[in-house]
Design a protein around this ligand. Structure first.
Ligand SMILES: Cc1cc2nc3c(=O)[nH]c(=O)nc-3n(C[C@H](O)[C@H](O)[C@H](O)COP(=O)(O)OP(=O)(O)OC[C@H]3O[C@@H](n4cnc5c(N)ncnc54)[C@H](O)[C@@H]3O)c2cc1C
Length: 456
């Protein structure tokens, strides 16, 4: 079905904006709003591929005049379900980037992925605090908090945000920082959506040229011993180091390195932003705990941060569930291993536990809306075979959640939440007081609920 707008109003929009406007059925629309997960295909009434703040203002004017819900998309990494109508503001072309080495502040356009920010920052011996994948959008990631390979040493990425430029629902271009619109600034650091269209983010970079980091792999026969060792070893790891553990069952196909194809392996990721010798000293007890199959940990440049987790750069159909955990001990390890080990028909390509704590527990002096600060671990389950998405993956994820019931945090983090259109999942993405304060901020900045975010 095509989109039914007055021809005049679409012509006025096209005239007013520099970016492309696509109506349903137009060539180019699908590519503009393609998602990382190709199983999710959006079908909006109209897409405005904005190139400036003024384009965003005009797109919002069109949405108001036509009573359209507004969705915002950069890379499409966050899309879990198809958008079936309304207007999508695609921010991909907002690619500006400036770095002031004296203040260590980067001004990052809303369309940028982490990768170009990392490359530009490295020229000054600096680095952004990023997530595991550098193809994720810097702004979308940071709006949700942002937990990455330096989580324990450097905290949530939102903690390093120093300001935003935002186009509000009524088309005003405003600054949100400590001094100007501080409540909006608070809400955007972790509250994610329903507040406005961020066009630029100011992020403090950290001095970091190299780190001792990477991943080591244990083959199936040694996976359980290595996992048990990881649980005890990580519990006493200094908070200056960050680690995660993942059970991988990689398909036998192009993509993963040949020694990992078609295998069940257990991998430990490690990142220590300090001297290599000290990093090695911290990691060596784990290396000694079980025979190591592959060892890719060493001193790496800060530009190689994506090689710690080796997330896929190209998306594939996937089914994902995430939780935060209050704690994780040997008993939980046994329960989890029973549900993911070889021979159990586990539908998951990856079952990952990230250790949190350290800087993730400490909010900024002025406070942020980030959810999940009290948790000490995150847990994600990822299935990649579409035949498992309807039953096997949800059933096994539910079994894992049951087995860890006492440990699953009441509050998760919005970047780890699936199904945000579900009332319960949405409410659990923030502590109750933060949730209520965010509701007030959203009502203040978007009284008509123009921005589609949360339960409908
Ligand atoms: C492979 C992969 C790895 C990931 N790794 C991590 C990780 O290590 N840590 C972590 O915390 N998260 C991680 N995530 C989750 C990721 O941070 C979120 O999905 C995030 O929302 C992606 O942002 P995006 O802009 O790339 O995606 P998009 O799908 O383009 O945007 C997602 C949402 O962000 C909001 N948004 C984006 N841009 C704007 C804007 N300019 N103004 C207002 N709202 C905006 C909108 O609500 C939008 O729906 C990962 C996701 C994937 C797929």
């Amino acid at each position: 079905m095509g989109s039914s707008f007055e021809a005049d109003s679409v012509a006025r929009l096209r005239e007013a904006v520099s970016g492309n406007v696509y109506l349903r059925g137009d060539a180019g629309l699908a590519a503009e709003v393609a998602c990382f997960n190709p199983a999710v295909v959006h079908d909006p009434d109209i897409v405005v591929a904005v190139t400036s703040d003024d384009d965003v203002v005009e797109a919002l004017r069109f949405a108001r005049e036509n009573g359209l819900a507004v969705h915002i998309q950069a890379t499409g990494h966050g899309s879990e379900s198809p958008i079936t109508g309304g207007l999508i503001i695609s921010t991909r072309a907002l690619g500006s980037l400036t770095i002031d080495p004296a203040t260590r502040l980067a001004k990052i356009g809303a369309g940028l992925r982490w990768a170009p920010v990392i490359t530009a920052a490295a020229e000054h011996g600096l680095a952004p605090v990023t997530g595991s994948s550098t193809s994720v959008g810097a702004v979308g990631y940071s709006l949700g908090g942002g937990l990455g390979p330096l989580a324990r040493s450097h905290g949530f990425t939102a903690d390093w945000v120093r300001g935003f430029r935002v186009v509000t629902a009524d088309g005003e271009i405003v600054t949100a920082d400590d001094d100007t619109n501080p409540e909006l600034f608070w809400a955007l650091r972790g509250g994610k959506g329903g507040l406005g269209v961020v066009t630029e983010m100011t992020l403090e970079l950290v001095p970091l040229r190299t780190l001792y980091a990477g991943s080591i792999f244990f083959d199936a026969p040694d996976a359980e011993a290595a996992f048990r060792a990881w649980i005890d070893w990580s519990a006493q790891l200094p908070e200056t180091a960050t680690t995660s553990a993942v059970f991988l069952h990689l398909p036998d196909m192009e993509g993963p390195p040949p020694p990992l194809r078609g295998r069940f392996v257990f991998s430990v990721r490690f990142a220590y932003p300090g001297e290599a010798a000290e990093g090695a000293r911290l990691l060596d007890p784990l290396r000694a705990a079980a025979p190591v199959y592959l060892d890719f940990v060493g001193e790496i440049p800060a530009t190689a941060v994506a090689t710690i987790h080796n997330d896929p750069e190209v998306g594939a159909p996937s089914w994902l569930r995430g939780h935060m955990l209050d704690s994780f001990d040997q008993r939980d390890g046994s329960a989890l291993y029973e549900l993911v080990k070889p021979g159990t028909d586990s539908p998951f390509l990856a079952v990952e536990i990230r250790q949190l704590g350290g800087a993730t527990k400490v909010d900024t002096a002025d406070g942020t809306a980030v959810g999940g600060r009290d948790s000490l671990y995150s847990l994600s389950t990822l299935a990649a075979d579409p035949a498992t998405f309807a039953e096997a993956a949800p059933a096994r994820a539910a079994a894992i959640a049951d087995a860890l019931a006492g440990k699953i945090s009441a509050i998760t983090n919005v970047n780890w939440s699936a199904g945000l259109t579900d009332e319960a999942a949405f409410e659990h993405a923030w502590p109750p007081a933060v949730f209520d304060r965010l509701a007030v901020a959203r009502a203040d900045w978007d009284p008509e609920r123009r921005f589609a975010f949360g339960p409908v």
